[in-house]
Design a protein around this ligand. Structure first.
Ligand code: AGP
Length: 607
């Protein structure tokens, strides 16, 4: 989605802004621009396409020390240089960048056009610049405030004016905005990664809040001019974590980080004496946790797949009735909130609009909602009633990999904790802990097969359709495998329960449509093998992900990737990794932009 960066201080603003925009690239964008305050005017540079194109067009004229920048992911108006932000008012005295959607922009635009204003773009955002110009009387803050009262929709904005050089005003309603506090310099950004190279001190804005930054200070207030005292927080991410560190793609780096990121998720959270998990941020007493009668988990995309696996784990291990639902669906079906139900919102970014809105709707109806997020200080993390961080480290590639396995880690820990409070013995708890502690090494063994997996990917990358099939906890893994393949290689893929293919998808099987089968070694193995044979009988090619030593599967399949033998509950971890790798190598083979796939955004902050 769109990204914002603002800077005021002693440095060359253009350099800081372009560097910040580079850091925001991973969020997904189609055009970019900056505006720099000169002595008494504003100078704008915009380009469709990559930041590199914008950087090339920069010249000495962009030499001021205050500026705002933006990466645009088109919602209203086509992708072109004109529609890229920043937008100016007619006299070019006010410049704005905007994330979000202004729902009543048509009406506002018509009003302004009647007053003689000419619009240059087809965006919803340009209206903000003209309104601020119209309302400017005594200060930029006042003009922004008066404008915000007229807007319907969502926004994170940064505004500057040639009339008040050295000042940037920001405001937030539904789109994240964070202040970076430097020494004699200040930043404004939609995402901490944009400022991490300069400062680790940040202040998160809440909806309904505004901020004014100058090089010396920041001042936060609400829309009624009441001062809001904010806490400066420290980001615990290191700059190296958002760099490729020798890998060509972030996705590859993040796939290979999984043994470490999973370990970070459970380390320090296991109580060996009691053979249970200790999750500090839940904000629930042992008594309240024991009283939970039902768990409902919500999420979107990959996080929804983690939620599904979480629901299988919690139900099987902790014996608590549990279900997973798409956050986009629960939000609008007027959900019934049961008194003893616990809700969990899962989101890597903590900013996904569908999940955030669903969480708020559930809370409005009295639900207690825990958040499982990766990004510290994100909106879901702050607005949930308690929760657990993934500690996965920043995930930059649009396709989620390590955050997914870290989300699973939290569900394993929750399952252990609930199970130990209910029916699990110390012995069972210890066996569980032993099993999860083996996972990082077992994933290492899967990663070591990179060459073999790449060879397989090379052979199948010409397919136009691929089926991913699994059962039980491996069914959501199949869904995740299909999502990964389609989002980065643009090969159409469908994930389904292996049992379901006979109800429809088997019609797709022929020599050209390969199937990826996920085959564990539990009681479902025989049933999945029958489905595999049904596919082979129809001349379908089969790639099997199976447990090491399963010769029968190796004989039946055209290609096989083995994962180490483990407790059957751990196979979602072990089997998703080869699927991530298959997708990655297919996309490489096809020459796709793996880290920034077309049309996608890392953090989906619009509905
Ligand atoms: C994952 O590969 C996708 N890019 C996407 O489905 C993502 O998981 C979804 O948008 C939810 O994001 P979140 O975890 O940040 O809420």
């Amino acid at each position: 989605m769109c990204g914002i960066i603002g800077y005021t201080g002693p440095r060359n603003a253009a350099d800081v802004l372009v560097e910040g925009l580079k850091r925001l690239e991973y969020r997904g964008y189609d055009s970019a621009g900056i505006c720099i305050a000169q002595s008494d005017s504003l100078k704008v540079l915009k380009r469709a396409g990559k930041i590199a194109v914008l950087r090339e067009a920069l010249d000495d004229q962009f030499s001021g020390t205050t500026g705002i920048g933006h990466t645009r992911w088109a919602t209203h108006g086509e992708v072109n240089e004109t529609n890229a932000h920043p937008h100016l008012d007619s006299k070019e005295e006010f410049s704005i960048v905007h994330n979000g959607i202004i729902e009543n922009y048509q009406q506002l635009k018509q009003g302004l056009e009647h007053e003689g204003v000419t619009f240059l773009t087809t965006t919803d955002s340009e209206v903000i610049a003209h309104l601020i110009a119209k309302h400017y009387q005594e200060s930029l803050e006042q003009a922004v405030r008066d404008t915000l009262f007229l807007l319907k929709g969502t926004y994170g904005i940064a505004v500057m004016s040639s009339r008040e050089p050295g000042k940037i005003v920001g405001a937030r309603n539904g789109s994240p905005l964070v202040i970076g506090v430097g020494d004699g310099e200040m930043f404004l950004a939609s995402d901490v990664t944009a400022v991490l190279a300069y400062t680790k001190q940040v202040v998160y804005l809440n909806d309904g809040e505004m901020v004014t930054i100058t090089s010396r200070e920041f001042r936060t207030q609400d829309l009624h001019e009441r001062i809001v005292q904010k806490q400066i927080e420290l980001i615990d991410w290191e700059l190296e974590q958002i760099e490729r560190q020798g890998y060509k793609q972030f996705m590859e780096k993040e796939i290979h980080e999984q043994p470490e990121s999973i370990k970070r998720g459970f380390q320090g959270r296991i109580n060996y004496d009691q053979a249970t998990a200790h999750l500090g941020g839940l904000n629930m007493s042992p008594q309240e946790l024991r009283e939970v009668e039902r768990i409902r988990i919500i999420g979107a995309g990959t996080s929804y797949h983690a939620a599904m696996i979480g629901s299988y784990l919690l139900e099987q291990i902790a014996r608590i009735p549990c279900s997973a639902e798409l956050s986009s669906e629960i939000r609008y079906r007027n959900p019934v909130v049961e008194p003893k139900s616990l809700y969990i919102a899962v989101s890597q970014s903590g900013e996904t609009a569908d999940t955030l809105s669903a969480m708020r709707e559930l809370q409005r109806k009295g639900a207690r909602v825990l958040g499982i997020c990766n990004v510290v200080g994100s909106t879901i993390a702050r607005e949930s009633d308690g929760g657990v961080y993934l500690h996965s480290g920043p995930e930059i590639a649009v396709a989620s990999t390590k955050a997914f396995t870290s989300q699973l880690t939290i569900f394993y820990l929750l399952s252990l904790m609930f199970a130990r409070q209910r029916h699990y013995s110390v012995d069972e708890g210890q066996q569980f802990i032993q099993a999860i502690e083996k996972v990082p090494e077992q994933i290492g063994a899967v990663l070591a097969q990179a060459q073999q997996i790449q060879d397989i990917a090379r052979r199948y990358s010409g397919a136009r359709n691929v089926l991913f099939l699994g059962r039980g906890k491996l069914f959501p893994v199949a869904l995740e495998g299909a999502l990964k393949l389609k989002e980065i290689s643009y090969i159409h893929a469908e994930g389904c329960s292996a049992a379901e293919i006979k109800h429809g998808p088997i019609a797709l099987i022929n020599e050209e449509t390969p199937s990826v089968f996920l085959i564990g070694d539990d009681f479902l193995r025989e049933k999945v093998l029958s489905n595999l044979k049904e596919v082979k009988a129809r001349k379908g090619k089969v790639i099997a992900i199976a447990v090491e030593g399963d010769q029968e599967v190796a004989d039946l399949a055209d290609d096989v990737i083995f994962v180490p033998h483990a407790w059957e509950c751990m196979y979602p971890y072990l089997m998703v990794v080869p699927l991530q790798m298959l997708s990655f190598y297919c996309a490489l083979e096809l020459g796709c932009n793996v880290d920034q796939p077309r049309n996608l955004a890392k953090s989906v902050t619009v509905e």
